[in-house]
Ligand binder design. Structure first.
Ligand code: URA
Length: 485
């Protein structure tokens, strides 16, 4: 028997990586158990991850279904999804359209339940205004049926982008500061404010989002049971709006319709919650593997749109030193690994000369997507701007928190900016040790791409020598990273 332990239960990239390994090792659904980090199963072997997995494709409809069903609370969902995938690959490629199939039917039912829960959260959640040291803060309490916090966050960020808000739930807390989302621990319901200050605001919000074409009193009653109506500020508006609905519907019919978005298989994509352009939501992953899996679908800034993939850091989970570059280049973008192109080759050579074993250190970038402009067949590197660096700090901070290195080496000014939030010239920082937080020291040196660009051979050789000296100082500071052979 094999066992798979899921770190981030709702993460599609993590699930995809696990099932890829299982498919690659030809492990049948009945020979594997799935559990989460909290309920980790101690029995069974970990599936062999070293096999070369042959490329395979999966119908888009399966991916969409899996993305939603992963938010269902039923612990059996991973096994059910894997069984469906196995059958799609080994029995019937058309299985996604056989609606009478009991397994597909069950999964569709689970999908519906998650969607209904998302709808309820976005429709019935009520914010209350409070004041804290930073001004107005809107707080809401909600008890979702499923694990939809991450998926729902995209909706609330879009709708209330300019408000600072917190959504408290028994599963955890979402906090939006108008710029970044953070995820905190669960809090008791008693901490949610109960006053009525927001009621007028809700009335106008509801009136402005009311869709007359959808008025169906029967359905409204089943979705929002009448016994709750008296507690919701906007319900006093409903009779008047129903009366006006016919006229407003006529006006809407006169307006040209917009084309619905379609996915690759031609299905209309109706979902706002999982829309590809929705702001990305991250939860705090407990391992580097889980963090990497999450970062694979990062959409915190627009750079993901043109890059091939997220290039996440690489190295041991407990590396004593982390090297931070600027952003992946052309080859890193294609290969999915940091520092493997020309700058990476120079970096490797300098590390070797300094006596550092690259497998002993963690190498990452301030920005995890390649930023470029196309010129003919070439993709020309563009320096990331302050906003992009700031958005991507989300990942770098978490890498550092999980790895807990003693030393972080900034390769170039962008890395310094990501680490201390300031524009500082490398010439001013070089050779100085700076404590940036408890137990973490920063040192800065040149970026290998800067060395590569120097036109004068003699200057280039001298600068390369200084770079190797800086790395040698790092090796002296941390003898545990020395090359053994
Ligand atoms: N330059 C960087 O800063 N990082 C890479 O990964 C490659 C080139």
């Amino acid at each position: 028997m094999y066992r798979v332990t899921i770190q981030n239960e709702t993460s599609l990239p993590e699930f995809r990586d696990h099932v890829r390994t299982l498919i690659g090792a030809r492990i049948k659904p009945r020979d594997v158990t799935f559990s989460t980090a909290e309920s980790a199963d101690l029995f069974g072997e970990t599936p062999p991850a070293d096999r070369k997995v042959p490329a395979f494709t999966v119908p888009g409809a399966y991916v969409e279904l899996a993305q939603v069903v992963l938010s269902h609370r039923d612990p059996a969902r991973f096994a059910l999804l894997y069984e469906l995938l196995w059958r799609l690959l080994h029995e019937d490629r058309k299985l996604m359209s056989i609606h009478s199939d009991p397994l597909l039917h069950k999964l569709r039912h689970m999908e519906k339940s998650v969607r209904r829960d998302l709808h309820k959260m976005t429709a019935f959640l009520r914010f209350r205004k409070v004041e804290d040291d930073d001004g107005e803060l809107y707080i809401a309490w909600f008890e979702p049926q499923h694990l939809i916090l991450g998926a729902a966050a995209a909706f609330f960020i879009k709708r209330f982008a300019n408000m600072r808000w917190s959504i408290l739930t028994p599963d955890g807390t979402l906090n939006w500061d108008t710029n970044a989302l953070s995820y905190g621990p669960a809090v008791p319901k008693a901490q949610a404010p109960q006053d009525d200050a927001m009621e007028d605001w809700w009335r106008s919000y509801y009136a402005s989002t009311f869709n007359p074409a959808r008025v169906n009193p029967e359905m409204m009653r089943s979705e929002m049971p009448v016994r709750y109506w008296k507690n919701l500020p906007e319900t006093s508006l409903i009779p008047g709006m129903i009366a006006a609905a016919r006229a407003r519907t006529g006006a809407m019919l006169d307006t040209a319709p917009t084309e619905p978005r379609k996915n690759k298989s031609g299905d209309i994509v109706m979902r706002e919650f999982f829309a590809s352009d929705a702001p990305q939501v991250s939860v705090i992953a407990g391992t580097l593997a889980a963090l990497r899996a999450e970062a694979a679908s990062c959409r915190r800034c627009p750079l993901y749109g043109h890059a091939t993939q997220t290039v996440f850091g690489e190295g041991p989970e407990r590396a004593p030193v982390v090297f931070v570059g600027e952003q992946p280049g052309d080859q890193e973008d294609l290969g999915g690994k940091p520092f493997i192109g020309p700058a990476g080759q120079m970096f490797d050579r300098a590390l070797a000369e300094a006596g550092i074993a690259r497998p002993m250190v963690y190498v990452t970038n301030a920005v995890k997507h390649f930023k470029f402009v196309p010129r003919g067949k070439k993709r020309i590197h563009q320096k990331p701007n302050a906003g992009e660096v700031e958005h991507c700090r989300w990942w770098l901070e978490r890498e550092l928190t999980l790895i807990q290195p003693k030393l972080v080496v900034a390769l170039g000014a962008t890395a310094v900016k990501a680490l201390i939030g300031k524009d500082v010239k490398i010439t001013e920082m070089r050779g100085r040790l700076l404590t940036i937080r408890d137990g973490l020291t920063l040192v800065a040196t040149a970026h290998p791409s800067y060395l590569l660009r120097l036109p004068d051979a003699a200057v280039k050789a001298a600068e390369y020598g200084r770079f190797v000296e800086d790395l040698t100082a790092v090796a002296r500071y941390l003898p545990e990273i020395a090359k053994t052979a």
